[in-house]
Design a protein around this ligand. Structure first.
Ligand SMILES: Nc1nc2c(ncn2[C@@H]2O[C@H](COP(=O)(O)OP(=O)(O)O)[C@@H](O)[C@H]2O)c(=O)[nH]1
Ligand SMILES: [Mg+2]
Length: 310
């Protein structure tokens, strides 16, 4: 991949203290590249827009509200007007280090990966993230891993580099903070290769976070469950199976114990135990089958994509 063009998309909502720094650093790091900086503003009432324009960024106003809507607007604009090969996502609050951008670009340029996520947990500065957010983020990424199968440590990271093809292929509708989850899940489901690199994460330079830990955390959780139900039911079928099999076996052991050692015959309990055990066992078999179907689907998608590339 040579002579590619980049568009760095930065969503902003009252980030006057940090946006100048972020843009300056990006210009510094991308000197030798063909790039545009696109700021998508959500109606800042401070000097964010003015500063971004003065620094030479293209500034557009999003139509609706929210972090996700800003990116959807920005990606559409970039693909229509700026002809990018690669899109960069970075916040305008100075929490991510623009100088680390080349590190995120490497896997795409050298290994032909489709999307790279910056993992904040390996380079987290003190006070960059509240304890509650840290725990919440870990849980959400863990759930995405066990429910959907995405093998990344930091699904909520906002520092990402991705090929234009992802945006042209996957449906993106989340207007708020769950957008970060939607994008990674859809990219994974559609068979794109996702890599992760460690990044530093620092306290924001000024202004306020727009993330509401409880409300947004809940919405992100719902998004993960929704996608798991839609695309990867293995986890639910397996849980259902375990939920029936375990009590079924315990009850069966109880009935068998009495049958052999005290001579009491529990007919109804015995029947219930057999039904639970058989249904639970069936669910586990279905869960295994669904894993094979999922792998089968991934193989087909990857094969089709490799055909399109050649
Ligand atoms: N355009 C736009 N940008 C937003 C909106 N909400 C948040 N942002 C920006 O998105 C980035 C990440 O948001 P932030 O509040 O830092 O969330 P946090 O990093 O999860 O605490 C920042 O640059 C914000 O200014 C919004 O509704 N519209
Ligand atoms: Mg932030």
């Amino acid at each position: 991949m040579r002579n590619f063009s980049l568009v760095v998309v930065i969503p902003t909502l009252n980030e006057e203290e940090a946006i100048g720094y972020v843009i300056d650093r990006i210009k510094e790091v991308l000197k030798k590249y063909n790039y545009h900086i696109l700021v998508v503003d959500g109606g800042s009432t401070d000097n964010t827009v003015q500063i971004a324009k003065n620094k030479g960024a293209i500034v557009i106003r999003q139509k609706d509200k929210g972090y996700g809507d800003a990116y959807i607007t920005g990606f559409k604009y970039a693909i229509k007007h700026l002809n990018p090969d690669i899109l960069v996502m970075i916040d305008g609050d100075g929490t991510y280090d623009p100088l680390e951008l080349l590190k995120l670009l490497q896997p795409i340029i050298q290994e032909d990966v489709d999307m790279v996520i910056g993992n904040r947990f390996q380079g987290m500065r003190k006070e960059a993230m509240t304890t509650i957010n840290k725990i919440g983020n870990k849980i959400l990424s863990w759930l995405a891993r066990i429910m959907i199968g995405i093998n990344t440590q930091d699904t909520q990271s906002g520092y990402r580099v991705l090929k234009k093809e992802i945006i042209q292929t996957v449906p993106l509708r989340e207007k708020g903070m769950p957008f970060a989850t939607e994008l990674i899940v859809q990219a994974y489901i559609y068979g794109f290769d996702i890599a992760e690199v460690p990044i530093t994460y620092r306290p924001r330079i000024g202004g306020k976070s727009k993330l509401n830990p409880l409300k947004d955390g809940y919405r992100i959780l719902i998004t993960i469950v929704k996608f798991a139900l839609r695309y990867n039911p293995t986890f639910f079928i397996f849980s259902l199976g375990a939920l029936m099999l375990v009590p079924g076996l315990v009850l069966g052991a109880y009935v068998a114990y009495h049958y052999f050692f005290t001579g009491i015959k529990y007919h109804v309990k015995g029947l219930i135990s057999i039904m639970l055990t058989l249904s639970g066992f069936n669910s586990l078999l279905l869960a295994i089958l669904s894993i094979y179907l999922k792998r089968f689907e991934l193989r087909i998608i990857r094969y089709l994509r490799s055909m399109r590339r050649t």
